[in-house]
Write a protein that binds this ligand. Structure first.
Ligand SMILES: [Zn+2]
Ligand SMILES: [Zn+2]
Length: 281
């Protein structure tokens, strides 16, 4: 979308694009090995989607700046690949930050705080969230809820089809929009109406492209989708750019290049997300 000279800053940076498990090493270097995390800047407000291992470096950078003090961390769900970086997110340990954590309903946790406590407890972790020094607020997101975060930031949500539950988010700011849609499994031949309405006309959406249509039959019930379904949703919802995310740990840089070429052959403005990619919305 064309921006006027005085438009407000609205950018997304992908901090971790790997799903399921981190993938360090040479075959994965250009795509990046960190698990899911995306950074959305709305002027001096920061929204972080998911807290995979990619959130650790973001945290280090935030401790070295003074513009951002308020962070909204929106968790899609709490499977390991989406939260394993959370206890290593630097701002949680600084009294200078005001942090809201948001989470929809997930099986096995009574509340957002309960889910974070479950992640940081023995025998899995040495210390509890009591070690956080930031001003913490834990918030529940009810199904389909719309959140007004102030400063002109509106967040819409939608439930996803994923074992144990997951929530997709769409942020509208300054006449532009971004949606974060992972993890979810689609039914072949039947587009998900909840997702279609969430991403209607969106400027960019990141979508669970763990699999390909050819691979999907071997992974039914695991709760994941395909880049081809992402492209079908894009066209049905009149969305602009689709970005494939949640790349499987076995997917090498060369594999990702092939998927990117296939996507761009259909719609050149769409593509795959790689760690460190930065876009103006
Ligand atoms: Zn995942
Ligand atoms: Zn998951």
């Amino acid at each position: 979308m064309t921006q006027s000279a005085n438009s407000r800053r609205f950018t997304v940076t992908f901090r971790g694009v790997r799903g399921t498990l981190a993938s360090p090493g040479d075959p994965f270097r250009r795509t990046g090995g960190n698990t899911i995390c995306a950074e959305l800047r709305c002027d001096d407000r920061l929204i972080v989607f998911d807290a995979g291992t990619g959130i650790r470096q973001l945290g280090s950078e935030l401790l070295d700046q003074s513009a951002i003090r308020k962070i909204d961390l929106m968790l899609t769900h709490v499977h390991y690949d989406h939260v394993e970086g959370l206890p290593f997110f630097g701002p949680l340990f600084s009294p200078d930050f005001d942090i809201n954590i948001w989470l929809g309903t997930v099986d096995g946790a009574d509340s957002t705080e309960d889910a974070v406590k479950g992640l940081m407890r023995r025998p899995y972790f040495p210390v509890s969230p009591d070690v956080f020094n930031a001003t913490m607020r834990y918030n529940e997101v009810s199904e389909g809820q719309t959140l007004d975060l102030g400063d002109g930031i509106v967040v819409r949500t939608a439930p996803l089809n994923h074992p144990g539950g997951a929530t997709a988010y769409r942020v509208d700011f300054d006449g532009r929009s971004f949606a974060f849609v992972t993890d979810t499994e689609h039914f072949v031949g039947k587009p998900d109406d909840n997702i279609l309405s969430l991403i209607e006309g969106v400027d960019m959406f990141a979508y669970d492209a763990s699999l390909t249509d050819v691979e999907l039959p071997d992974f039914v019930g695991y709760g994941h989708s395909t880049w081809e379904e992402g492209m079908r949703l894009r066209s049905r919802a009149n969305a602009n750019r689709f970005m494939a995310i949640h790349h499987m740990p076995f997917r090498t840089d060369n594999d990702i290049d092939l998927i990117e070429a296939a996507i761009k052959a259909i719609h050149p403005a769409s593509g795959v997300s790689r760690e460190g990619d930065h876009y103006e919305l």
